[in-house]
Design a binder for this molecule. Structure first.
Ligand SMILES: [Zn+2]
Length: 136
C-alpha cells in the first residue's frame, strides 16, 4: 500500500527472500541434506545442522496457526488499527509471522485457509502478507 514503518535488514542469509518478494514470490530454504524446509532463513538447518540449501518457491497457501487483532497503535505512529497479526503454517510445513491484508478481523479463525498477498512498498521493499482464501 504505502511505506512500511520498518524496512527489513537484508544480509547474505536473507537477500534471496527479499529479492523473491520484490518479484512477488515467497522463497524459502530447503536443506540439501535432509530436504527440510525452513523459515525464517538461517545459515544452517535446524533439523540436521547442515548448511547447504536451495531456495524454493513456496506455494503461498497455508492456514492460520494463530492470530491476534491489534487495536492499540504503537507510540508515535499514526493509527492503522485495527490490524490482524497472523502466524501462518505454509503448505511446506514452516510457519511465518505476517499480517492479513484483506478479510475482516472477525472472519479470521485458527485453521482458516490463507493465500500469499505480497505487498510492494516504497524503496523496493516488499513484504509477505496474506489474505483469507475465501475473501478473494
Ligand atoms: Zn537438514
Amino acid at each position: 500500500m504505502s511505506d512500511f514503518r520498518f524496512a527489513p535488514i537484508e544480509n547474505p542469509d536473507t537477500e534471496a527472500l527479499w529479492a523473491g518478494l520484490r518479484d512477488g514470490r515467497l522463497l524459502i530454504q530447503k536443506c540439501s541434506a535432509c530436504n527440510a524446509h525452513r523459515h525464517p532463513p538461517s545459515p544452517i538447518c535446524h533439523r540436521c545442522n547442515e548448511g547447504e540449501h536451495e531456495w524454493v518457491e513456496a506455494s503461498g497457501r497455508g492456514t492460520v496457526w494463530s492470530h491476534s487483532v491489534v487495536h492499540e497503535p504503537l507510540d508515535g505512529w499514526p493509527s492503522e488499527v485495527p490490524y490482524t497479526v497472523v502466524i501462518v503454517t505454509l503448505e511446506e510445513g514452516v510457519k511465518i509471522v505476517s499480517n492479513l491484508v484483506e478479510g475482516s478481523h472477525e472472519a479470521v479463525r485458527i485453521g482458516a485457509p490463507v493465500e500469499l498477498a505480497v505487498t510492494q512498498g516504497a524503496a523496493g521493499v516488499a513484504l509477505p502478507r496474506f489474505r483469507l482464501a475465501d475473501a478473494g
